[in-house]
Structure formats: C-alpha cells, structure tokens
Write a protein that binds this ligand. Structure first.
Ligand code: NI
Length: 268
C-alpha cells in the first residue's frame, strides 16, 4: 500500500488522463496558461464488484491505511449499487467515493461472465501498492462485454477498464476564474466539450448543498480477448459545495445526483 496520499493521487491521475485526454485539456484550461491556478480535487471515484476478491472494503483499505475515515453510505436501487464515501482529516485531500455492483442481482448469464473475469485475478493483487491504478485484472471478450453492456453499463465499464479512477472532480469552490458551476459549464461548452445532460446539466443545487456536472466520457481502446475495441473510458466532474446552516461546506454526496453522474460513461 502507498504511504503517501499525494503520490497515490499523482499515480491515479497519470493513469486516468492517459485514457481521458479531455480531462487533461480541461485541467489546463482551468489552471491557466502559467498553471498559476492550482486545481483542487473535490473527490475521486472508483468502481468495483461486490465479490470476495474485489469488494469495496478491499479497495477502501488502501485509503483507511492513509488516514481516511468512512463517512456516508449510499444505495442506488435501479443501478444495483452500494457506495461509501471517505474523508481525510486534512480537508485539502480529495474525498474518495467507492461504489460496488451487487452482482447477485444481475441475470445468471451476467453473473457467470463477471465470475469468470474475477476468477482470472490473483486474490493477493488487491493488496498491492499499485492495485488502485492497475486496470483490469482479466481479459473480457467483445461478446461478453456487449452482453454486460445490455444489462449494466457499469458492469461493462468495469469489465473493460478494471481498477483505476473512474473520474476526478474539480472543486469549483476553489477555482480562480469563477466559483459558479453554471459559468464552468458555459466555459466548457464554449471550448467544445460535451456535458452529461441526464437529469439536467446541473444535478442538485443549493437546496441539497451540492451541485454537480460532468463531461461525457472520452473513448479509448481496450484489448479484449479477440480484438481491440473502442469504448467509453472516463469523464471529468465539477462540484460546487454550499454552506450548511452551521456555516461549514457540505461534505457528503447526493444519491439522486450521483445516480445521473454514473451515466457519464454510457455509450452515447
Ligand atoms: Ni463523482
């Protein structure tokens, strides 16, 4: 396991931008020419299967070892997901959002496909230092990928990309140019980026103390067992947090909004 939070996030970022060139361009756009404006990460998100070898808790162990603490729990009924978020005592460190697919609620065929993928994985690898940016621990066939895609976009994404950050999130509160999510969205659209409009461009708002938007995922190629296929990779998210009555910024997540953000990796 990593011993330094910043090194872990730097490795995660490198792996993420390698298949998400839009995120790299947007980061440059917001950081400015001189890179004078530091971009603060609100959170980084991961996806996994709720199986023994790959459980949410096994991913979370990497963050708990770095001083992170478990905070909120979330349930996404329609997408068959459970999620937890984690915070570091140092509030300048990104929050971590980990979801896991309740594999047992999928069709028998999908369960078999996922079972066969996870069977290819060494059970010890989940503890290795680079696990959170190790990518897929298996190879999926194009046919199985498509079977999963018909049933769960989430399962198909995970089969293709495995273990790496699904998205990073810009904290709009700490931007130099503007602290308004609507302004950020305009800036992105003017620059030609495509936003996720499921549930509206802005999900949530001041009433739930968190407003979020995201790009639609880039596309990148994955080596499947039989051929190389171009599929949705990762997206970039933008979060604006509001003060609660106690004067502190809300630090949790909003399930109704996150439910729509998951759709940023849907095949367009
Ligand atoms: Ni997110």
């Amino acid at each position: 396991m990593h011993t330094d939070v910043d090194t872990l996030f730097a490795r995660l970022w490198d792996k993420y931008v390698a298949i998400t060139p839009s995120a790299h361009k947007i980061h440059q756009l917001l950081a400015g020419e001189e890179k004078s404006n530091e971009i603060v990460n609100d959170h980084v998100a991961f996806r996994t299967f709720n199986l023994e070898k790959t459980s949410l808790d096994k991913l979370a162990a990497h963050f708990l070892a770095l001083g992170y603490e478990a905070k909120g729990n979330y349930d996404f009924e329609a997408k068959k997901l459970d999620a937890k978020h984690f915070e570091h005592p140092d509030k300048t460190k990104p929050k971590v959002f980990i979801s896991e697919l309740r594999v047992g609620e999928l069709s028998k065929r999908a369960q078999e496909i996922i079972g066969d993928l996870v069977k290819q994985m060494d059970p010890a690898s989940v503890n290795s230092e680079n696990f959170l940016y190790s990518g897929p621990q298996w190879k999926v066939s194009k046919a199985d990928y498509e079977t999963l895609l018909n049933e769960s976009e989430y399962a198909a994404w995970l089969a293709a990309w495995g273990f790496q950050a699904n998205h990073f999130t810009v904290s709009v509160n700490y931007l130099q140019q503007t602290q308004s999510l609507a302004d950020v969205n305009t800036l992105l659209k003017d620059a030609g980026f495509v936003l996720n409009t499921s549930g509206g461009e802005i999900k949530g708002g001041e009433d739930v103390f968190l407003a979020q938007s995201s790009t639609m995922a880039d596309k990148a190629s994955v080596e499947m067992t039989d051929e190389t296929v171009t599929v949705p990779s990762c997206f970039y998210e933008f979060a604006q947090r509001y003060e609660m009555p106690d004067g502190n910024l809300y630090q949790g997540f909003v399930a109704a909004s996150a439910d729509k953000i998951f759709e940023s990796t849907n095949a367009r």
